[in-house]
Ligand binder design. Structure first.
Ligand SMILES: Cc1cc2nc3c(=O)[nH]c(=O)nc-3n(C[C@H](O)[C@H](O)[C@H](O)COP(=O)(O)OP(=O)(O)OC[C@H]3O[C@@H](n4cnc5c(N)ncnc54)[C@H](O)[C@@H]3O)c2cc1C
Length: 306
């Protein structure tokens, strides 16, 4: 990969070659990125994106890597590791309480810190391991809450490298999807998000979070995974269909449909992307044949080598 681009990125933020992406995904799976640059502010994110595009190199913006399966061959071009996590507010605006968080802010950390300070509305996100940027892509949600309920606006960098503010409605958020996942926002990178909160009792918020934590611990496996593998084909639940076709506990290599929650695939140690992909294909085949239902991936495939 181009030395000029490497040097340009290195002048903006810490930059490496050949960084294994298994270190940066919750699955613990993924081959190397040609170039890997870690940005710690929205301005560095903006400058890095502009530099990569200016050089005509492929670009992938990585959040917490909690909803992706990166191929064993890794990702060609540049991966921007988005750790832009500055938070401002909440501040009163037109009668609402708005917190502004850069797109690399971990959603769970924001939910917990706001709750402690007596700002509610996002406590359901206290167990979501992704960033606000990833949440905009998937309309992250849990326990009857989702980003669409609280998102007012985002600051984005458009494909034309111009910064602009989009109203939440322009992201077309729906169940685990958005204009991003439907290809309606090509080249758009989220720099920051604005969320509407409300005042609440910190003790009540902390009790709700403790309840959500307990429910998550009861229902979901610990260890390395990427959360839900398939979207729920509502009104059916994906786990129920995977269970019904006999795949609970099924294993290929070190990838296994979790015994505890079989819409999760666990990396038992040295799972490869191709093992996970093979399990996913098997579930889709069996569910299609038995129920005529097409299971849709919630986890996104990125890079090469499946
Ligand atoms: C244990 C576990 C539990 C989970 N529980 C939930 C849950 O309860 N509810 C839920 O909704 N999800 C859940 N998830 C899935 C995941 O946390 C969410 O989908 C999260 O929103 C993904 O964010 P991320 O930062 O990890 O995105 P990544 O996986 O890093 O990236 C996902 C996609 O978003 C794009 N992207 C990331 N940042 C930006 C940006 N700034 N601008 C433009 N595009 C961007 C990436 O390019 C990629 O295409 C869970 C995952 C795990 C591992």
């Amino acid at each position: 990969m181009d030395n000029g681009l490497f040097d340009e990125l290195a002048a903006i933020a810490p930059t490496k070659r050949g960084e294994p992406l298994s270190r940066h995904t919750t699955f613990g799976i993924g081959g190397p990125a040609d170039i890997f640059v870690t940005v710690r502010g929205a301005e560095a994110l903006r400058r890095a994106v502009v530099a990569v595009r200016g050089a005509g190199a492929p670009l992938f913006v990585l959040g917490a890597g909690s909803n992706i399966l990166v191929g064993d061959g890794g990702i060609r071009g540049v991966v921007i590791d988005n750790q832009a996590a500055h938070v401002r507010g909440p501040e009163e605006r037109d009668g609402a309480l708005i917190v502004t968080a850069e797109s690399g802010t971990p959603f769970a950390t924001l939910a917990r810190s706001m709750s402690k300070r007596g700002f509610g509305g996002i406590e359901w996100a206290a167990g979501i391991p992704g960033t606000l940027g990833g949440a905009c892509v998937y309309n992250a949600g849990a326990y009857d809450g989702c980003l669409a309920d609280v998102l007012c606006a985002v600051t984005v960098l458009g494909a034309d490298d111009r910064e602009r503010r989009l109203e939440a409605g322009e992201l077309q958020l729906a169940y685990r999807s958005s204009g991003f996942t439907r290809g309606a926002l090509p080249g758009v990178v989220v720099l920051a998000t604005e969320l509407a909160l409300r005042r609440d009792d910190p003790a009540a918020l902390s009790a709700r979070i403790a309840d959500f934590d307990r429910r998550r611990l009861d229902a979901q496996p610990r260890g390395r995974n990427s959360g839900s593998t398939f979207k729920n084909p509502l009104p059916r639940q994906a786990w129920e269909l995977i269970d019904a076709v006999g795949l609970r506990g099924e294993r290929i290599g070190d990838a296994q449909f979790s015994e505890k929650h079989c819409n999760f695939i666990a990396n038992l140690g040295a799972a490869r992307a191709r093992d996970v992909a093979a399990l996913m294909r098997e579930a889709q085949r069996r569910v299609r044949e038995r129920f005529g239902i097409e299971l849709e991936n919630e986890v996104a495939y990125v890079g090469e080598g499946f």
